[in-house]
Write a protein of this length. Structure first.
Ligand code: PLP
Length: 391
């Protein structure tokens, strides 16, 4: 079908909702004042900021004073991980092997400051065994960072069990911060940091049809956090710099949709993902699903991400062949694919080199339709057959 566009790279970024675009534009045209200014223009901009903060806070079930707007998920994560260090007695951090590079590379920088980092392994589905965390916790552990949904394979970490392990550890009066990278879970699963006892939680607007370059860090009250930037003390002193009012306005609108619809949409997205996975695996002999078993009753399976390997093919070649037919997918995470490195996530799951090379990620959104999935299954089967005929 010439001219058809099927966007299945929603874990890299999403298409903004029209109402988000309108809010960004309106804020740029009308509410261009500096929110710190005392005059009317400042007050208007400050009000826009306040509305967005309420929407983001409501979408997470937290208070507005607990939301720090940042320049995206990466910055929120860096603020959580690096900001937590100064003044802590402990020097030990625990994370997992399948985290986003924002977490893993922030941990590398912490190491340079004398922090010891334990990177926990995952099983073949990409899931952490909470007992391993329990056994790794030490008196000097000051931070645990575990993601909610993995961006490459859609593995959902068992946060409730992790919460129980950490609550148990804290019982003896031990102080420890728990950070959750919820960037891929936000808008797809229920994200409720208070209910889990999470201290720090990162989200990003552009994964939920909001603008790029804006995100938020949830910070539990009274948490000591050293700001990354020195400046005018905006965002309750946690993130200096004049706020990106227009992007934050767009984030607010996207957050309203998250609060209103996210849970309802997850079932629909999962059905489409299942249709895609079943269709591709049936049509392409030898194709393998990487990550959690695709079943609605599998608590480790996120609704929107399917990572499939086509043995003997290179994911990149398949990606471009699908692109010629108007289908946009990715070979893993957008960050890793640019650097042409093998996926650290698939490696940590024990995926073989051949399957690693032939991996393609399909990621869905509430905008994805049945017709798009049917077309993608049909075209993937045809393209793979053509490519197999060439080797
Ligand atoms: N964490 C996860 C799990 C992600 O998927 C991403 C983006 O790909 C990020 C963090 C970084 O978010 P941002 O692109 O807003 O910096």
């Amino acid at each position: 079908m010439p001219g058809r566009q099927v966007y299945l790279d929603n874990s890299a970024t999403t298409r903004p909702y029209p109402e988000v675009t309108r809010a960004v534009l309106e804020a740029m045209e009308e509410y261009y004042g500096n929110p710190s200014s005392l005059h009317k223009k400042g007050v208007e901009a400050s009000r826009v900021l306040g509305h967005a903060r309420e929407a983001v806070a409501a979408s997470l079930g937290v208070g507005t004073g607990e939301i720090v707007f940042t320049g995206g998920g990466t910055e929120a994560i860096n603020l959580a991980l690096k900001g937590a260090l100064p003044g802590r007695r402990g020097r030990h951090v625990i994370t997992t092997a399948v985290e986003h590079p924002a977490v893993l590379n922030a941990c590398e920088q912490l190491k340079a400051q004398g922090v010891e980092v334990t990177v926990l392994p995952v099983d073949g589905q990409g899931v952490l065994e909470p007992r391993q965390l329990q056994e790794t916790l030490r008196e000097d552990t000051y931070l645990v960072s575990v993601m909610y949904v993995n961006n490459e394979v859609g593995a959902v970490q068992p946060l409730e069990k992790i919460a129980a392990v950490l609550a148990d550890f804290r019982q003896g009066g031990r102080k420890l911060l728990w950070h959750v990278d919820a960037v891929q879970a936000y808008g797809k699963l229920s994200v409720r940091p208070r209910e889990l006892g999470v201290d720090l939680l990162s989200v990003s607007a552009h994964k939920v049809h909001g603008p790029k370059g804006v995100g938020a860090l949830y910070v539990v009250p009274h948490t000591k956090l050293q700001p990354l930037l020195a400046g005018g003390g905006q965002e309750h002193g946690r993130r200096s710099g004049t706020e990106n009012v227009s992007a934050i306005a767009g984030f607010g609108v996207a957050a309203e949709v998250v609060a209103r619809e996210a849970q309802g949409e997850a079932g629909k997205i999962f059905s489409l993902k299942k249709k895609l996975v079943d269709g591709v695996l049936a049509a392409v002999p030898g194709a393998i699903l990487n990550g959690p078993v695709c079943r609605q009753d599998n608590p480790c399976c996120a609704p929107q991400i399917a990572n499939i390997s086509f043995p003997g093919l290179r994911g990149e070649i398949l990606l471009h062949s699908l692109e010629e037919r108007g289908i946009y997918v990715s070979t893993g995470s957008a960050c890793a694919s640019r650097k042409n490195q093998g996926s650290h996530v698939l490696k940590a799951m024990g995926v073989t080199e051949e399957l690693l090379e032939g991996a393609v990620r399909f990621s869905l959104s509430p905008m994805t339709t049945v017709e798009e999935i049917d077309y993608t299954v049909e075209q993937t089967a045809a393209v793979v057959q053509e490519l197999y005929a060439l080797i």
